[in-house]
Design a protein around this ligand. Structure first.
Ligand code: PLP
Length: 309
């Protein structure tokens, strides 16, 4: 058994497992100084990873897009994720994996190809992007004044830590007493929020943006559930006016699932959705999402034996 305290989480750094609070990135790592890093987050629910292969597929695509090639194989990365969860002894977990550019082998080099890329991962106790009690009443959301960075500049489908616009939106939202923010692009179309995709429900139809957004795994799950439940759901352009006049709005993410939104504000006017509570379609999708978790949908049991190696 490990002799260190992994109770706050377990991490993998440069070939070693360490307690989460000891996991660190060198200050000269380009993953830190240039946000030259891609990542993914998968959750563990009641002892099983949710859609692990889909998260690893997305992570691999992101690494390829950024020419990042850490030494670990995909199979080794998968084992490391299992081992982190096992070491931390978690049944419900937030599990992050990262590929960082690293530091140049040649002193002073400005060439990304001169860097030794590396893989980091950690498992921490479960967290929600929007606290459960806020999800229960429906989140209050500000449409941030900062536009989402253009897709042509930072590809939102390559999961990244370049959160300048999202953090500016969060600061604005919190400063005005809102729970979180959503961002539109410079052309006035809805994109996403800090850590979640956004859905709009109008006249019984479910819509989610076709731009400025990560192709969320939770988003995919919701689209599949909609198809199974006979709810029309589309990936489409969503003008800001549609967001402001929606019947329901909800957010989706790995760390929270389907998260209802009860108020959408421009800062001047606040649109109260339904009766200021989660709408019926949002609530039904949320319930079905978690019911399927209980039934083992897309769940891969955590291999606890890997924590002993
Ligand atoms: N959009 C952003 C910017 C995110 O960071 C996340 C998740 O962290 C999402 C969307 C939701 O994606 P997923 O459902 O795969 O967690």
């Amino acid at each position: 058994m490990p002799d260190r305290d992994f109770s706050q989480g377990a991490a993998y750094v440069k070939g070693r497992f360490v307690p989460l609070m000891e996991a660190a990135v060198p200050v000269t790592d380009w993953g830190f100084t240039r946000s030259d890093v891609v990542y993914d987050v998968v959750h563990v629910y009641h002892g099983g990873f949710f859609r692990l292969a889909d998260h690893l597929d997305r992570f691999e695509r992101a690494m390829q897009a950024r020419h990042l090639a850490p030494p670990e194989t995909r199979a080794q990365m998968e084992d490391i994720l299992h081992a982190c969860v096992g070491l931390a002894g978690l049944n419900d977990a937030y599990v992050s994996m990262m590929a960082l550019r690293g530091r140049p082998r040649v002193r002073g080099s400005r060439r990304p190809a001169d860097c030794d890329n590396h893989f980091m991962a950690y498992a921490a106790p479960w967290i929600d992007v929007i606290p459960p009690e806020v999800q229960a009443r429906g989140a209050h959301v500000l449409i941030a004044s900062v536009p989402r960075v253009p897709d042509g500049s930072v590809d939102p489908t390559v999961k990244n830590f370049q959160w300048g616009d999202l953090t500016t939106g969060l600061l604005e939202a919190h400063g005005q007493g809102f729970d979180t923010a959503v961002l539109c692009d410079a052309e006035g179309f809805l994109t996403e929020g800090p850590g979640f995709n956004v859905f709009v429900v109008k006249d019984g139809r479910v819509l989610t943006p076709d731009r400025g957004s990560l192709e969320g795994i939770t988003r995919r799950s919701v689209l599949e559930i909609c198809a199974d439940l006979g709810i029309e759901a589309t990936i489409a352009p969503i003008p800001r006016a549609l967001l402001e006049s929606a019947d329901e709005v909800f957010a989706t993410t790995t760390a929270g699932g389907v998260m209802p939104i009860a108020r959408v504000s421009t800062g001047h006017t606040t649109h109260i959705l339904g009766n200021d509570r989660p709408g019926p379609i949002s609530a039904a999708l949320r319930e079905e999402y978690w019911r399927r978790h209980e039934a083992g949908w897309h769940l891969t049991p955590v291999r606890r034996d890997l924590a002993e190696t």
